[in-house]
Design a protein around this ligand. Structure first.
Ligand code: SAH
Length: 249
């Protein structure tokens, strides 16, 4: 069994607005089988309930230890690698991984906290939730029916994480810490404000500007110093704008 003793980083399974508590229990069991225990529930419909504990069998502690939050942003805060699972193609395609590549990526980034998002039973993850991710992971299926049961999707992904950890490649070296999801999210908020203020972004006619900018920066995987520099540039633009307004220019 792999209990991730090799590093103290966290691999978080995030279940977004799960409807059926049985799925929470079954996901907890799948995690525990694969050596993972960090479960975060975003606004579950029913929790905690016995039905989840029954389905968890000996992994009831994972259900009881689950952190419950209200938003995806809270769930992914502090994670340097965020992955979203989806059965469907999206309008703006994102960098894709299959479960095996996802396991390898997580093993390679051995010091990074990871969040893996799983969507609602009925509707999956919303586009804006997937746009917070660095990668989308699709589990290959028969073409005619691509949607797995939620807990089974958790099983497939966590199995690949365990398998990849057994032959982990050397960790990536980088001179700066990679920025966490919350810090990157604050950068996006700032970027949107400034782009709106200078008239580059029109909230009444947004087209796909912001998702495409997110995709660009998420592809780069900015480190914290890069985020700080970009925030500094935006602040300088903001200051120049407000002083030119005061000058009446
Ligand atoms: N009907 C939903 C599917 C929900 S299944 C839809 O059309 O999107 C519940 C969750 O299990 C999904 O949100 C996703 O996180 C995961 N899942 C199910 N099938 C998957 C697949 N083939 N690849 C990746 N994730 C999958």
């Amino acid at each position: 069994m792999n209990d991730n003793k090799a590093s103290s980083r966290e691999i978080r399974v995030v279940l977004v607005e799960t409807t059926h508590p049985g799925n929470i229990g079954a996901a907890a069991r799948a995690m525990r089988n694969m050596g993972l225990t960090s479960l975060v529930l975003v606004s579950p419909r029913e929790h905690p309930v016995d039905k989840a504990r029954w389905r968890a069998a000996s992994a009831g502690d994972v259900v009881d230890g689950a952190r419950v939050v209200e938003t995806v942003d809270e769930a992914i805060a502090g994670c340097e690698l965020v992955v979203g699972t989806s059965a469907r193609d999206r309008r703006i395609p994102w960098p894709m991984l299959d479960p095996r590549e996802c396991g390898a990526k997580i093993a390679t980034e051995a010091s990074h906290n990871v969040a893996i998002l799983f969507g609602r039973e009925s509707r999956g993850l919303k586009n804006e939730e997937l746009q917070k991710c660095h990668y989308h992971v699709n589990i290959p299926t028969a073409e005619a029916y691509s949607s797995l049961n939620l807990a089974m999707a958790v099983q497939v992904i966590t199995y690949e994480i365990l398998m990849a950890a057994r032959e982990a490649p050397p960790p990536l070296e980088w001179d700066q810490p990679i920025a966490g999801a919350d810090s990157v999210e604050h950068f996006y908020e700032h970027l949107e404000r400034t782009l709106t203020d200078i008239g580059f972004h029109d909230p009444d006619n947004p087209r796909q500007l912001l998702p495409r900018l997110r995709r660009l920066f998420n592809r780069v995987r900015m480190d914290q110093m890069e985020v700080n520099m970009l925030r500094g540039i935006l602040t300088t633009v903001d200051t120049a704008r407000s002083s030119s307004r005061e000058d009446g220019t």
